[in-house]
Design a protein around this ligand. Structure first.
Ligand SMILES: *Cc1c(COP(=O)(O)O)cnc(C)c1O
Length: 557
């Protein structure tokens, strides 16, 4: 087949992910999991790794976010046309769902690197004549619908994905499950390999992303029997749990290599799943994608080759301070201009600027900053600051939606003192603007909920300094007063203290007032030193080139 020419050669790593973030125009991602998958694909192409990615087309998603003047979110459908970006392949495979044979086809997107590497990405789709209207919708909504809808999606991804790779003629040496959504692929492999679990384990790699028990997908066996094709229930129970089908357990039991996405997350996962050997491959981000234009030019001038070998960023000290600062000033102006126009705001580029952008959901605690408004006013009188927020709440996450409204309300209360701006419709494009244009990147998750987090790594690529609770990747990247600042107790200190969030807020205020804003305004040389450390001691390591090389050596070979 012409479309596949050149990409079928050799044996592949098949990378399965429910969501993939390639560009803002292809809205098949909801958050960090998808942007991570996108970064894995981008780095694999740069490094010419033999990878093929499999995901769902999510044709009617992910929604466009609108916020009214009170911060009330409404969701507008975002139809997009896959034909603009990819080619529909003629091959058809079938997955039995509720007794019906559902036709599955794949859209091919070829991610091309300037190095010449190519990663094919297959977007599975069921929206075809011959399928019932209900079945045509299975690949419409990312994380949409109820449990049954989700199970159907996971069947298309797991069963359909393996079948599609076979139908297209891919030869696969490893199947990498990026989170448990795709673990039905291991059941398909059992079937293909005469129920030889040992053989299937040799073929499978599993990356877990969920540090809390409740976050793992589980399905009742009644539902499983109703929806899935005739799989032997006793086999499913043997590998996926006796009570309910636990997708994480299924993947754990059928993979020889399992990892968490940061060292702390590995420790937590090892406790949660005692008896399993769980490794750590700390996440990274695609350096070129997340570095702003001004910094790209600067790195090209002083550290040529940095985008393909981000380790070179360790030599950031060869760049003169003034040029680091100038690139930052320009990136900041781009963001401020955008925000002032998009949100009708009056942000000022001379003012110290904090940024906070991620999915709006409770564990991320975007409102911790507002624990004490009087304190914020006092801090602002000594060292003026402003804050830019962005993030969507999942349509059914009422708590997340309320958080956005609260931020708007705090913004009104602080009006005339601290300017608070919330940018609508968070996307990869807005993320790129924000992580390159603020002075400090704020992160206040409830521990241990942030398995890794990646936006702070993006910020570091732009000399933006991290100010974060010690959770996820930051435990590894943090050196106090050198690479950034911690908020709250050390990660080894107990978590069940109910005053923890009070202490965290107190620590946040103290550092903002006595350490961070004074350094920003009065000790410029020290500030630039920390910006450089962010680049030379964080970005040089927390990138997806290092991450993919680790997967190759530790998991794929
Ligand atoms: C990087 C990114 C994320 C992940 O950010 P976290 O801080 O790790 O939650 C989510 N959404 C978008 C659009 C991103 O670019």
């Amino acid at each position: 087949m012409d479309e596949l020419e050149g990409v079928l050669k050799g044996q592949k790593i098949a990378y399965f992910s429910m969501e993939v973030g390639l560009t803002s125009e292809i809205p098949t991602y909801a958050g960090g999991l998808g942007t991570l998958a996108g970064d894995a694909i981008r780095s694999s192409a740069d490094l010419k790794l033999p990878l093929v990615a499999v995901t769902l087309i999510s044709k009617r998603n992910y929604f466009k976010q609108q916020l009214d003047q009170n911060g009330k979110q409404s969701e507008q459908p975002r139809e997009w046309n896959p034909e603009k970006y990819m080619t529909l392949l003629p091959n058809e495979v079938y997955v039995r769902i509720e007794g019906r044979s559902v036709k599955v086809k794949a859209w091919l997107y070829k991610y091309q690197s300037i190095t010449g590497g190519v990663v094919p990405v297959l977007f599975l789709d069921t929206d075809f004549d011959g399928n019932t209207p209900e079945d045509r919708e299975i690949t419409f909504y990312l994380y949409g619908g109820n449990e049954k809808y989700r199970l159907k999606q996971e069947a298309i991804l797991g069963f359909g994905g393996v079948r599609m790779l076979d139908a297209l003629g891919f030869r696969v040496r490893k199947y990498h499950m990026n989170e448990g959504h795709s673990s039905l692929l291991a059941v398909e492999l059992l079937r293909k390999n005469g129920m030889d679990a040992e053989r299937v384990r040799e073929l499978c790699v599993f990356t877990t992303h969920t540090p809390v028990e409740a976050g793992h997908d589980k399905f009742n066996y009644d539902l499983v029997t109703e929806v899935l094709e005739t799989v032997d229930l006793s086999t499913l129970k043997q590998f996926g749990g006796t009570e309910r089908l636990n997708m994480t357990l299924l993947a754990l039991n059928l993979s020889n290599y399992v990892n968490g996405v940061a060292k702390r997350h590995q420790e937590i996962s090892s406790k949660m799943f005692a008896g399993y050997e769980i490794h750590a491959v700390t996440n990274g981000v695609h350096s070129f994608t997340w570095t702003g234009d001004k910094y790209r030019k600067l790195y090209d001038k002083y550290l040529p080759g940095w985008a393909i070998e981000p380790e070179l960023l360790a030599k950031v000290d060869t760049i003169p301070d003034e040029e680091i600062w100038q690139a930052h000033v320009e990136q900041k102006q781009i963001l401020i201009d955008y925000a002032n126009q998009a949100a009708n705001a009056t942000l000022c580029s001379d003012v110290f600027t904090l940024g906070f952008a991620r999915r709006a959901t409770e564990y991320k605690r975007p409102t911790l900053l507002f624990s004490n408004l009087d304190r914020l006013r006092t801090i602002n009188e000594k060292g003026k600051f402003q804050v830019i927020f962005a993030g969507k709440a999942h349509p059914r996450d009422e708590g997340g939606k309320r958080l956005i409204e609260q931020i708007f309300s705090y913004g009104r209360q602080l009006k005339g003192d601290v300017e608070i701006v919330y940018l609508e419709d968070y996307s990869m494009d807005i993320a790129a603007k924000m992580v390159s244009g603020v002075d400090v990147w704020l992160n206040t998750p409830l521990r241990p909920m942030e398995a890794s987090g990646t936006s702070g790594m993006k910020a570091a690529h732009n000399g933006v300094i991290n100010f974060s609770v010690l959770d996820g990747w930051w435990i590894e990247g943090w050196i106090e007063n050198l690479t950034g600042w911690a908020i709250g107790p050390h990660s080894t200190q107990s978590l069940d203290d109910e005053n923890t969030s009070l202490k965290e807020a107190e620590d946040l205020y103290n550092k903002l007032e006595y350490v961070i804003t004074p350094m920003f305004y009065d000790r410029h040389d020290e500030w630039i030193k920390m910006m450089k450390n962010s680049i030379g001691k964080i970005a040089y390591y927390f990138n997806s080139h290092r991450m993919m090389r680790r997967y190759v050596i530790d998991a794929y070979l």
